[in-house]
Ligand binder design. Structure first.
Ligand SMILES: Nc1ncnc2c1ncn2[C@@H]1O[C@H](COP(=O)(O)OP(=O)(O)OP(=O)(O)O)[C@@H](O)[C@H]1O
Length: 358
């Protein structure tokens, strides 16, 4: 398995930037998700990595070797990467077995070794009993597992997946996520996984690159994106909650800042001494009758075990979790705690622009 590296990578189509100076290192064996709204450049980054497109500028390395840029271009078939598409892209007239064996035939792998490797790939993806079926006789999830087996059979240096679950229904998506996790654990493959589904990205990936308008806004572990977003876009795009403006009024002995948020003094975590906004996750809001900040309940949904409330206060919409059902229109007291503050001048406007670019 190999590491992937992007340096100052840009791609323009008809003078319009689809990717704008991407810099990222993906370590060998890492599972990375590219997450962002439609049109942010996820698929373009994947296609450049696969070799289906030439970069306009910058460089791509796979396993320490330059495959695009710096005057070089290695064609897709020589990059040693496996690709799994949303549309499965199986040979319709070949059986499951023949589909999975195909990459080895192309590489002229001897018959005995071919049989052993196909059997192993089919077993790993739970397809051994379906080897003789034709693609038309399979469910969507089974077809996607064939695509996975076909890509794993030739020991690719990296596996690129372009929205592989987009065509499947919700229940199947959840079980296929398990298949991808298991595949990753057992093969240790370097995986680059494109999705616009944040649940999928946060559940599957070691790290997530959140993209907007051709740029990577933050590249971090899911829990870091959730707890410590760098700007309004990431805070709003990843996870539930609200982003509101904040003003620093003091600092405590520790690294915590005293901020004025919605007219209240609140202690916050922050990486910067001059934040402009806070991310308020649902678990940062405690419902408490004696709390000074009052909010009107505008929505209440049962999630199983708890309720999700939407609350209106000082012109902002917040999201909170509650043990008890609340009545729409009633007023409750809320206390803010453990907020994360960051600096993003022009914040919410930038976020709207990033989404409008989609
Ligand atoms: N072949 C092309 N010719 C012209 N423009 C293109 C081409 N491919 C992509 N683009 C443009 O580049 C931008 C990025 O597209 P890309 O497909 O990478 O986005 P994406 O994040 O994968 O979106 P989606 O989630 O909708 O697939 C878009 O504005 C798109 O219209």
């Amino acid at each position: 398995m190999a590491e992937l590296s992007f340096s100052n990578l840009s791609k323009q189509f008809d003078g319009v930037a689809a990717l704008d100076s991407i810099n990222a290192q993906i370590t060998s064996g890492e599972f990375v998700a590219l997450l962002g709204p439609s049109g942010c450049g996820k698929t373009t980054l994947l296609r450049l990595t696969a070799g289906f497109e030439h970069p306009s500028a910058g460089e791509i390395q796979i396993g320490g070797h330059t495959v695009a840029g710096a005057g070089q271009f290695v064609p897709p078939e020589d990059r040693g990467v496996g690709i799994v598409f949303q549309s499965y892209a199986l040979w319709p007239h070949k059986s499951v077995y023949a589909n999975v064996a195909y990459p080895l035939e192309v590489r002229r792998v001897p018959r005995a070794e071919r049989q052993a490797r196909v059997a192993e790939a089919l077993s790993l993806t739970g397809l051994s009993d379906l080897a003789q079926r034709m693609p038309s006789q399979l469910s969507g999830g089974q077809r996607q597992r064939v695509a996975l087996a076909r890509c794993l059979v030739f020991d690719p240096r990296a596996v690129l997946l372009d929205e592989p679950l987009a065509n499947l229904d919700l229940a199947l998506r959840a079980s296929m996520q398990e298949v991808f996790s298991m595949f990753h654990r057992r093969t240790g493959a370097t995986m680059l996984y494109v999705t616009h589904d944040q649940g999928e990205a946060l559940a599957l990936a070691d790290r997530v690159a959140v993209m907007a308008a051709g740029r990577i806004r933050q590249f971090a572990a899911p829990e870091v994106l959730y707890r410590e977003p760098v700007d309004c876009f990431v805070a709003g795009f990843v996870g539930d909650g609200a982003v509101v403006s904040a003003r620093c009024t003091g600092q405590t002995d520790g690294a915590r800042l005293v901020l004025n948020v919605l007219g209240q003094e609140v202690l916050s975590r922050s990486a910067t001494p001059e934040p402009s906004h806070v991310s308020i996750r649902p678990e940062s809001i405690a419902i408490s009758e004696d709390a000074p900040l009052r909010a009107r309940v505008t929505g209440c949904t049962y999630l199983g075990g708890q309720f999700r409330l939407t609350l209106d206060t000082a012109g902002e919409t917040l999201v909170a979790f509650a043990r008890q059902r609340a009545r729409i229109g009633e007023t409750v007291g809320i206390r803010l705690q453990d907020l994360w503050a960051f600096r993003d001048p022009g914040g919410v406007i930038t976020m709207q622009r990033a989404l409008a670019h989609a």
